[in-house]
Design a protein around this ligand. Structure first.
Ligand code: GLC
Length: 423
């Protein structure tokens, strides 16, 4: 296990779900699992997957301009279709689709050239593998598992020997991914259908760590891994330790042309600043078309977020979680040296921006990305109970259309008061 400094500094990653599901625009893997289409219809998409306009350098350029420090690509999703030339199965875009080539190596190279870290997603579960649906999850289950024939054999029809074979297959593919691409981050998924013991996560983790001692691992390597992965909803209380929120730009992980429910740039700025204000990373998901192009609506959101991040880079990169809830009406971050607090203000602040419970004296407040100095003063306070810090609200051109950041330079290390006053 190896949490790396780069991960905490990156703050933003881009999640890429790319696979044959983009051909018809159905839900990645889930479409046949939940019966929306048959397995045969789903696999028919193999014939339409071309990657004909795949340009990993263009991806890397877009991700960098979005302000991301890394990306995570689905090397293999629950449908079992590998984006790389696996020796252990013929179910890959290399052997079974018109694309006819490995799609992971180019991605890894392009990212590295652009200075981005390389993440790969790998699903423990494989709903197309003949040996997968051979054992049942022992009750009680934390996440309810459907009685799907793709994951669970009928009652009384378990076959542990075949399950062992499946485990060997998974271990071999994970080893392949590790050796071929040497990812900086491995993003496991699909763990919920078996227990930690059934998965033999200890053995897998040992294997991965010995091959890739410096690779960051997510905690869907149950019982192991370096960070937590809340999904699709920002927790109100941050998880303990390092974490990353994965979130779709619209409502789908993969490309679904009927899904136009995109979050606005303003909403993404909110999600992003709220996440980093609680010390997490945001892993923002896009779904390329079968030809490898990223829909303009998604690219535009990424670029919009990137413009905001570039302007406010000082409040983003190299910062840590800011004030705990209750001090400021909005997220905040803190510089690594603990001497500058960055207050994020949504909308147009009126009259004053206030901060309660700030014990450290303030030297100066400026508008980030603009440099204008804002007047500030403190009223009230008694003994060790600090008064309220009032900062003149930014106005006119000082206000950012999405979120204005005020850089509060402190006179000493940040110290906050969270007591209850005189009882
Ligand atoms: C879920 C889904 C999957 C998606 C993943 C991303 O586990 O099964 O489709 O890839 O979330 O976090």
């Amino acid at each position: 296990m190896a949490m790396q400094k780069w991960f905490g500094e990156a703050r933003l990653g881009i999640f890429v779900h790319w696979g044959i599901y983009a051909v018809d625009g159905v839900a990645e893997s889930w479409a046949f699992y939940d019966g929306t289409v048959t397995h045969e219809q789903y696999m028919n998409q193999l014939h339409g997957f071309t990657a004909s306009r795949y340009d990993p350098h263009a991806w890397a350029e877009l991700f960098a301009r979005a302000g991301a420090g890394y990306a995570v690509l689905t090397a293999k999703h629950h449908d079992g279709v590998a984006l790389f030339d696996t020796r252990h199965s013929d179910l890959s875009v290399v052997r079974r689709t018109p694309a006819g080539r490995d799609l992971v190596a180019g991605y890894a190279d392009a990212l590295r050239e652009r200075g981005l870290k390389v993440g790969l997603y790998f699903s423990h579960s494989d709903w197309s593998h003949p040996d997968y649906a051979t054992v049942r999850h022992p009750a009680p289950q934390e996440v309810p598992v459907n009685d799907s024939r793709f994951s669970t054999p009928p009652e009384g029809r378990e076959d542990p020997a075949r399950w062992d074979r499946y485990l060997d297959f998974r271990a071999a593919q994970v080893r392949e991914v590790a050796e071929l691409f040497r990812p900086d981050l491995l993003w496991f998924d699909g763990e919920w259908e078996r227990s930690e013991e059934q998965w033999q996560m200890d053995a897998l983790a040992r294997d991965v760590v010995s091959l890739l001692p410096e690779t960051v691992l997510n905690a869907r390597l149950t019982g192991h891994g370096d960070y937590a992965t809340p999904e699709q909803g920002l927790p109100v209380e941050p998880p303990e330790g390092p974490w990353e929120l994965c979130l779709t730009v619209n409502d789908s992980w993969g490309h679904q042309h009927t899904d136009d429910n995109h979050k606005s740039v303003g909403q993404l700025v909110r999600c992003f600043t709220e996440t980093i204000g609680m010390g997490g990373n945001l892993l923002l998901a896009v779904g390329p078309r079968e030809d490898g192009t990223i829909p303009q609506a998604q690219a535009d959101r990424l670029l919009g977020l990137g413009t905001w991040i570039t302007r406010h880079a000082e409040a983003v990169h190299g910062t840590v979680a800011g004030l705990p809830p209750g001090h400021h009406y909005g997220p905040s971050t803190l510089s690594a040296d603990g001497r500058t607090l960055y207050l994020v203000c949504f909308g147009t602040p009126h009259e004053t921006v206030s901060v309660r419970g700030l014990s450290t004296p303030v030297k100066r407040v400026t508008v980030l990305g603009n440099g204008d100095v804002l007047a500030h003063r403190v009223t009230g306070g008694l003994g060790h109970v600090p008064g309220v810090l009032w900062i003149d609200a930014p106005t006119g051109g000082q206000v950012d259309p999405h979120a204005t950041v005020l850089a509060v330079e402190l006179d000493a290390d940040l110290d906050v008061y969270r007591g209850r006053g005189r009882q």
